[in-house]
Ligand binder design. Structure first.
Ligand code: OAD
Length: 238
């Protein structure tokens, strides 16, 4: 039987951007130690205190524009360019570091910091400036823009496309994610049941580590370039 994978789904999380200088959520000192999820990452929190929530995302939007992709983002972009089969990078991250490294086949299931969503007309706009001062929507003119990020209690984006890719995948990789937030945390089980080989690349064992056929632990900036080299070498021999 041909063991060389053809179709790959890669799930990434905050750990892949940690070496670029972006805080993760659940590590020591992470964002969810500094802020209450209910206050800044739920529709109810936004309704209760929109200024607080806009300032939180304004600060993150500004910060993301000061950092650079690292070796792990660059390695995945290299894989994206070279891989002849299907490939989808599903990121839970709201930064744009995959794209800035040059990856094209990227899907942001939790939205993007550099995008604003109009709560009135539902138009999305590329957005790099603050939203705190309530600028008007370029579509309808209403001052109803919110961060285009998925909050707890909201539906992640593009789930149909993600499950279609998981059904077609023969390799599923999870990089830099704690496996604490569903539905992304369930993708490894879905991929396994659908017949894919599964691999975890993470600093430490994630909550779902035991679901993976293989686990490698260490910093993404070291693990991912090596793993991509292996995949591309295997594809050359196939
Ligand atoms: P977490 O902060 O939950 O987990 C980050 C994972 O990355 C941990 O398992 C760390 O061990 C690992 N890690 C840290 N540094 C690393 C490095 N240099 N190399 C490799 N791994 C490293 O972040 P996510 O799993 O992405 O959702 O969190 C998932 C979702 O929870 C986020 O998208 C966000 C959050 O609440 C929403 O806001 C909807």
């Amino acid at each position: 039987m041909d063991e060389t994978p053809k179709n790959i789904v890669i799930l990434t999380g905050a750990g892949i951007s940690a070496e670029s200088g972006i805080d993760t959520f659940r590590d020591a000192g992470g964002l969810w130690e500094q802020h209450r999820v209910e206050d800044v990452a739920t529709p109810e929190g936004f309704a209760a205190n929109p200024d607080l929530v806009q300032r939180f995302y304004d600060a993150r939007r500004a910060a993301v524009q000061t950092v650079e992709p690292n070796g792990a983002h660059e390695a995945l972009a290299r894989l994206d360019r070279a891989w002849k089969g299907e490939l989808l990078i599903v990121t839970q991250n709201v930064d744009d570091l995959h794209e800035r490294a040059g990856a094209k086949r990227v899907l942001h299931m939790h939205g993007e910091l550099l995008s604003a969503l109009c709560a009135r007309c539902e138009t999305r706009h590329r957005w790099s400036a603050p939203l705190f001062d309530r600028p008007p929507c370029h579509g309808c003119g209403e001052q109803a823009l919110r961060p285009d990020v998925v909050w707890f209690g909201e539906m992640p984006y593009a789930m149909d496309r993600i499950y279609a890719a998981l059904r077609a995948a023969d390799l599923f990789a999870s990089i830099g994610t704690s496996g604490a937030v569903y539905p992304a945390a369930g993708f490894v089980r879905d991929a396994r049941e659908l017949g894919a080989r599964t691999i975890e690349l993470n600093l430490e064992r994630s909550e779902g580590s035991h679901w993976f056929d293989e686990a490698r632990h260490g910093p993404a900036g070291q693990l991912v370039p090596h793993w991509v080299d292996e995949l591309l070498a295997g594809a050359d021999q196939a």
